[in-house]
Design a protein around this ligand. Structure first.
Ligand code: GDP
Length: 303
């Protein structure tokens, strides 16, 4: 039995938004168990694999669980690519992240920069594990001629995200915390100084770009998925506050980390392939995400 398109991490934010014949989550196959992964791929014989599964988290989780982030990601990525090779999967796409880029580097970030220096210390364990996916893909392309590729999305947000208050990324954590503060009539705590800049991209845009890339993209070098528009954490917090109709004060917690100050990236390569792609504006994507959150609460992932 052949499965055309398999998505790992199928219950996650991006995986849920991609069209596929089979989507798997951690309950269906433990991707850190080599025998389980090999047997699964052998049985399903996919023709395309979109590998979204990863242990992910925001700046706090990345700083405090470096061992888990390194081990789980390097095992999953190594095993999924190797099982795909053994099962003769002709096309595979894996997700990297803008965390992979060096901390001290010329801006904007481009696909050619990945390995030129150490990543930021807050997420280096995750970043090095992800960098090895790029190495493995290049090695498999060179030695085995496989059409495996990788993509680098910037900060993704959207429906089905992990709304963990401590360990989530900034958008879902802030939405959840602001929702609770509004319900309880309390002030809203936001981390850091509000000055860092991020390029937020809507999960459904990433899903459309991924569906294009699995069919059409075949370079050894990754491709960055980015709007190339920076937004400060302060501006982000103001949009969340407005959309949730929150009326109290914002309290900036200086005991929580800022992380990297900025990581502006170039989408020149993407624009060369898809000059007319329309990104969902941040305000609109946040509006949809918040509507989804309020509609589904408390049945949202929070840990
Ligand atoms: P990063 O791009 O890997 O650093 O990912 P994050 O999603 O964790 O974004 C971190 C930025 O948002 C930092 O500047 C944080 O200080 C800021 N931030 C503000 N409030 C929060 C929050 O509640 N959770 C997280 N994760 N970050 C927050």
């Amino acid at each position: 039995m052949y499965t055309k398109r398999l998505v790992t991490g199928g219950t996650g934010m991006v995986g849920a938004a991609i069209t596929a014949d089979l989507k798997i989550g951690s309950r269906d196959c433990n991707l850190t168990d080599w025998n389980a992964v090999r047997d699964f791929f052998e049985a399903k014989k996919p023709q395309q694999v979109i590998h979204c599964a990863a242990k992910v988290g925001g700046v706090w989780a990345n700083m405090n669980q470096k061992g888990d982030f390194f081990r789980e990601n390097i095992l999953m990525n190594t095993f999924v690519l190797e099982a795909a090779r053994l099962a003769k999967v002709p096309k595979l796409l894996a997700f990297l992240s803008t965390c992979v880029f060096p901390d001290k580097v010329e801006y904007p970030l481009t696909e050619a920069h990945i390995h030129n220096g150490a990543p930021h210390y807050t997420n280096d364990a995750y970043a090095y594990a992800k960098r090895m996916t790029d190495i493995q893909i290049r090695a498999y392309r060179e030695q085995y001629g496989l059409k495996y590729v990788s993509v680098i999305p910037t900060n993704i947000y959207g429906k089905n995200d992990l709304f963990d208050l401590e360990n989530g990324h900034v958008v879902p954590s802030l939405i959840h915390r602001c929702f609770l503060a509004r319900e309880k009539g309390e002030d809203l705590e936001v981390w850091g100084t509000g000055k860092p800049l991020r390029e937020f991209i809507f999960a459904e845009d990433v899903a459309r770009l991924t569906e294009w890339a699995i069919e059409n993209y075949d370079e050894a070098e990754p491709i960055i998925f980015s709007t190339s528009e920076e937004t400060s954490i302060k501006e982000l917090a103001e949009m969340v506050v407005e959309l949730l109709g929150f009326k109290n004060k914002l309290i900036w917690r200086s005991d929580r980390p800022d992380g990297q100050l900025r990581k502006p990236s170039s989408h020149d390569k993407l624009k060369k392939y898809l000059p007319d792609f329309q990104f969902t504006p941040l305000y609109e994507g946040l509006k949809q995400t918040i509507e989804w959150f309020e509609h589904n609460y408390p049945n949202v992932r929070t840990h």
